[in-house]
Write a protein that binds this ligand. Structure first.
Ligand SMILES: [Zn+2]
Length: 567
């Protein structure tokens, strides 16, 4: 079971629950080698707060000792880890050595026996640039194995998307898997692309898969765990990453950073303040024995990766993920080139992009103009032509909107407060609505002397300082309801939840019967029953396209009564 707790672009902070274990996404599953691990899973949990690890069931299956122990003790005791354990099936061995000494049914059944939290069927990792015919043949096997897994399903399952670099095959595979009862969708066979810095192809594959995979299922970029690409991959909708990179790079004396990989020998200083870098100098580590060097680099590599994931989660929370990604893509020319995927898919991404954020809009460089919010905003501006100023990104913008998201400019244009209230309301709720909504209103000013509350008889709306947009009270919502016709701005609440929503309770996804698809996450929406009777007003938390997929989680945060909660 997965729920979205915050979102930005196609990225989300999510919570995954399987077998009573909880994982906060986006996150990294370190790869644990069951034969020999220099860093154990429990140590990772202590040091990095690791909630989920991945190990290879095929390696365990093939080792008589490990197999017996796993069957007797279970995978969690074998790894000494009480968090979520995902197991892979041996597809990697298949791609590397060409054959497997186990059938799909046997390895699935084995994963269930040893208590894996998320099991994987044998998929065929077709390498990049494979002929279309070969990719299609492999895909047939992958999908047959996926169907076998579903027919004997007893726990959470991975449905791996394959199809080589043929994006239409990736999409076809994802569509087929979306119709089966999978829990997580890994995007397979992208490691060769990452190794060759072919980020544009990777990004195209991710977006093609994302278009078909239900938003309620986490997407896992299989084999990707380099901090350089994490923010971009999250922006495109990836939730889970796994990595053996921390140890593979460590064994090669390579040091991971979000700006790229460094050779230990090239470092005069450590550009990092993790606990191990803080207490050592590169010269000391270079002079140390191989074992100590590998351990040092493994630890740093994991600290750096988990730190980047924390930054990404915080960026989603405050609505600055685009800014973070646009700073990261300048760290590699191919990453900058890959960002074209945003321009080429802006219509698709726009539907998931929130209408406003906790933080203001930043212009980070030429690529900023590709963000879907730019085309959306320019389109909406077409009917606002008077009393404008020249905005560097959006063109002619009414002066009354100079402090409203996404326009915020340093220079505050003098505007009549009453007129400003009208223009903001028109911008937010539709041309011509402001005057009718607020009528002959009175402004109450805040301590800083800025417009705060709008009264007409009673409190109708509050201007939120952080984004210069209105939050409606229940009465304000009632008036907007009278002024608009269904289904405009409405979320229709299922019959059984009506009494609760009318009483001020939040609307859960499963109780939304339908919704105005023109709405975007973070907008003010009207809550109505099936007969369009007004129930209340609230903030939409998800995109209309996401809501039908979720059984869990809040779709609309309902506004109660007091102005204090209108932040
Ligand atoms: Zn470090």
């Amino acid at each position: 079971m997965f729920e979205i707790r915050a979102k930005d672009g196609l990225g989300r902070i999510g919570r995954l629950e399987i077998n009573g274990k909880r994982v906060d996404t986006p996150t990294l599953m370190p790869v644990i080698n069951p034969k020999k691990s220099d860093l154990g899973a429990s140590e990772m949990r202590r040091l990095f707060g690791t909630q989920m690890v991945i190990t290879n069931a095929y390696i365990i299956y093939n080792s008589p000792t490990l197999k017996r122990r796993a069957q007797e003790e279970g995978i969690h005791r074998l790894l000494n880890f009480d968090g979520m354990v995902e197991t892979d099936s041996g597809s990697y061995q298949l791609s590397t050595y060409g054959d497997l000494h186990v059938t799909n049914e046997e390895i699935l059944s084995f994963q269930q026996t040893i208590g894996s939290d998320v099991a994987t069927s044998i998929d065929i990792p077709t390498p990049p640039d494979a002929p279309r015919k070969k990719a299609e043949e492999d895909l047939t096997v992958t999908l047959t194995h996926a169907r076998e897994a579903i027919s004997s399903k007893r726990g959470a399952l991975n449905g791996t998307v394959q199809g080589s670099t043929h994006t239409h095959l990736r999409r076809r595979c994802a569509r087929a898997l979306a119709h089966m009862d999978f829990d997580i969708h890994p995007i397979g066979a992208v490691v060769p692309l990452l190794m060759q810095y072919r980020f544009y192809e990777m990004a195209k594959i991710v977006v093609a898969s994302k278009k078909e995979i239900p938003p309620s299922r986490p997407m896992h970029l299989f084999g990707a765990g380099h901090p350089l690409i994490l923010a971009f991959a999250v922006l495109l909708g990836c939730d889970l990453f796994d990595s053996a990179a921390y140890i593979l790079y460590a064994k090669d004396d390579r040091y991971l950073t979000p700006h790229g990989t460094r050779n230990l020998a090239d470092l005069l200083f450590f550009p990092c303040s993790c606990p191990v870098c803080n207490t050592s100098e590169p010269s000391q580590i270079l002079a140390a024995g191989e074992e100590e060097r590998t351990r040092f680099l493994s630890l740093h590599n994991l600290y750096a990766t988990f730190l980047e994931l924390k930054k990404i989660r915080q960026a989603i929370f405050e609505g600055t993920l685009w800014d973070l990604v646009e700073s990261r893509i300048h760290n590699h020319p191919n990453l900058l080139q890959a960002y074209r995927v945003i321009k080429n898919n802006h219509k698709f991404i726009e539907e998931y992009e929130p209408a406003t954020k906790r933080s203001g809009f930043s212009f980070c460089g030429q690529e900023t103009k590709w963000r879907p919010i730019v085309s959306r905003t320019k389109g909406n501006l077409a009917s606002f032509k008077t009393n404008t100023f020249a905005h560097p990104l959006f063109g002619n913008v009414p002066k009354e909107l100079s402090q409203t998201y996404p326009f915020h400019v340093e220079e505050e244009y003098k505007a009549d407060d009453k007129k400003m209230v009208m223009v903001i309301a028109d911008w937010q709720f539709g041309k011509g609505i402001g005057k009718k909504l607020f009528g002959d209103f009175r402004i109450e000013y805040g301590q800083t002397g800025k417009v705060r509350h709008i009264y007409n008889g009673e409190l109708l709306a509050t201007l939120r300082p952080k984004d210069g947009l209105f939050v409606l009270t229940r009465e304000g919502g009632r008036r907007l309801h009278d002024l608009t016709r269904k289904p405009s701005r409405r979320v229709f609440v299922a019959e059984e939840a009506v009494p609760f929503v009318r009483g001020g309770r939040d609307v859960f996804c499963k109780f939304v019967s339908h919704i105005d698809n023109a709405m975007r996450a973070a907008e003010e929406v009207l809550l109505v029953d099936e007969r369009d009777e007004y129930l209340g007003v609230g903030k939409l938390c998800l995109a209309p396209k996401e809501i039908p997929h979720f059984k869990k989680g809040v779709a609309v945060k309902t506004r109660g009564g007091s102005p204090e909660e209108y932040e």
